[in-house]
Design a protein around this ligand. Structure first.
Ligand code: GTP
Length: 508
């Protein structure tokens, strides 16, 4: 790079950065590459690299590498016209610098940053500090350069004689260090100062030496200043053709210089805009991600809430179904109880009658036969009176149980009141009805209910009425069954009596 073989140095820097596998070496190579990209006017790449290196700075712990990065960052940001940043990095480098050369380099870098931002005055403490540090560190090239900067400042402030005095003062030092750029810079400054005091011949001589040296690259800017000096001298002396010639050269170089300044500023802005766009894109992506995550969380919560609602709904539904089931069950129980006789658990009178009525309607429709049986216990009052009411109840229960044994599931059985019961024998002929009634009578008679060691004698009288005789009218059938029962009682009790029209024996 110092030999200006930038193609080879670029390849080597890139190789170290990509393949060394050593972050320290890669950072050092990057810092040098940054400087080279500025020298070769690859400003966009330079500022992109500067951004990357600035971001890496906090991770760089090696003091030498960090120092080198800071110096090169300051230099390249100064090129971009970013004086504040350039000053900041230079000051950071000064803070990190070891005494000696590093102190000189960083102090000079600060002077350079301030100078490129036109913030330097001959009396600026930064300049004096840099001069002191560099002379103490014995870095002649830098010391001379700083003195030349000061001479240049005198010149700009309209003090050409002071500039000339300083140039005379450092001339031997510059000659001694043999550094050509120092020498040429001194000549440029001298030519400008001499021209300013009207010493045109000496100014021209100094200027022509610079032109003869043919400075190139970064130092080409001196030619611009030199041609400007020569233009003014020739113009003043009335050498119009020569003045015009110098002016054209000056104008061309000045334009190139301004173009370069603009190119740097533009490249810097382009890179910053690119970085900003990337940052915005990243921010927008992370916002989208955050939004996506929020949406996912929300979806999960919604699903959970839906599950909860569903569970709640299911529980409510189950509770309602359970409640309805219990309600129905208790309704059915109450209904059953309301249809039952409390003592014997057979139909009560009301339900028995309505069921008989319903059955008769069905039988009538299909011309079926049925037999209505009325049963009345004999001398039940006597049982109650003799053995007590509780015993009477027991007798009633036993009688019901005994009678049930002779009935089919289709038959209807109910308590009509007191010790009187009714039975509807469905699809039953006369003969069958008589036979069943008699079997019931015998079963009651055979029922054994004991009270205090004494068997209670039970008997019953039975009256029957048949649909094939009286039709399906309930009232009529009841009347006839009752009449038959009455006849059974009158006939001496413990017997079965059928309706009068019955062809078979009316009483069994
Ligand atoms: N233990 C008990 N006795 C009842 C019940 N219902 C009615 N009785 C009694 O049944 C008796 C019926 O008597 P009666 O109508 O005179 O008839 P009976 O004594 O059986 O005489 P006959 O029917 O003519 O043989 C009365 O003493 C009633 O108090 C009941 O639920 N339990």
């Amino acid at each position: 790079m110092y030999e200006s073989d930038y193609v080879r140095s670029d390849a080597l820097f890139q190789d170290i950065i990509r393949h060394s596998g050593n972050p320290l070496l890669a950072d050092r190579a990057s810092a040098m590459l940054l400087s080279q990209l500025g020298l070769t006017r690859h400003y966009t790449e330079a500022f992109e690299l500067a951004n990357r290196l600035a971001a890496r700075l906090p991770e760089v712990t090696d003091t030498k590498v960090r120092f080198s990065l800071l110096l090169n960052l300051s230099q390249s940001l100064g090129l971009a016209g970013q004086t504040d940043l350039a000053v900041r990095y230079a000051r950071m480098a000064m803070a990190d610098a070891a005494a000696g050369e590093e102190a000189c380099f960083s102090a000079s870098s600060l002077v350079q940053a301030l100078s490129s931002g036109h913030r330097l005055k001959p009396a600026s403490p930064e300049l004096q500090q840099a001069v002191d540090v560099c002379s103490a560190a014995k870095v002649p090239v830098y010391s001379a350069d700083l003195q030349l900067t000061l001479a240049d400042l005198y010149l700009r402030e309209g003090q050409p004689r002071k500039a000339l005095a300083l140039l005379d003062q450092v001339a031997s030092e510059i000659n001694a260090n043999g550094y050509t750029p120092n020498k040429l810079a001194a000549l440029v400054c001298r030519a400008q100062a001499l021209a300013a005091i009207g010493d045109d011949d000496d100014a021209r001589t100094a200027a022509l030496v610079v032109i003869a040296a043919g400075p190139s690259g970064d130092f080409g800017v001196w030619l611009k200043d030199i041609y400007e000096v020569l233009y003014h001298i020739e113009k003043k002396q009335g050498h119009t053709a020569a003045a015009l010639d110098y002016y054209e050269k000056y104008a061309t170089l000045d334009k190139a210089y301004l173009d370069d300044v603009n190119a740097r500023a533009m490249a810097y802005q382009t890179v910053q805009q690119h970085v900003l766009a990337q940052k915005l894109e990243t921010e927008s992506l992370s916002r989208q991600n955050a939004l996506l995550r929020m949406r996912q969380t929300l979806d999960a919560k919604t699903a959970e809430t839906n599950r909860l609602y569903l569970a709640l709904l299911l529980m409510v539904l189950i509770s309602v179904v359970l409640w309805m089931f219990r309600l129905k069950r208790s309704q059915l129980r109450f209904k059953k109880l309301s249809h039952q006789d409390g003592l014997t658990a057979i139909f009560n009178r009301q339900h028995f009658m309505s069921e008989v009525e319903r059955s008769l309607r069905l039988l009538e429709r299909r011309a079926g036969t049925a037999c209505l049986v009325f049963i009345d216990l004999d001398h039940f009052k006597h049982i109650n009176d003799t053995h007590g009411h509780a015993m009477g109840d027991e007798v009633l229960r036993q009688v019901v149980m005994a009678s049930k044994q002779h009935l089919r599931p289709v038959d209807l059985f109910g308590r009509l009141g007191g010790e009187e019961f009714g039975i509807l024998l469905v699809d039953c002929t006369r003969a069958q009805g008589m036979a069943i009634a008699d079997r019931i009578r015998l079963a009651v008679e055979a029922t054994v209910v004991e009270c205090e060691g004494v068997t209670i004698a039970i008997s019953t009288s039975v009256g029957l009425a048949f649909t094939d005789t009286y039709g399906y009218d309930l009232q009529r059938l009841c009347c006839e069954a009752d009449a038959a029962l009455y006849r059974a009682k009158r006939g001496g009790r413990n017997r079965v009596a059928a309706d009068v029209e019955c062809g078979i024996p009316a009483e069994a």
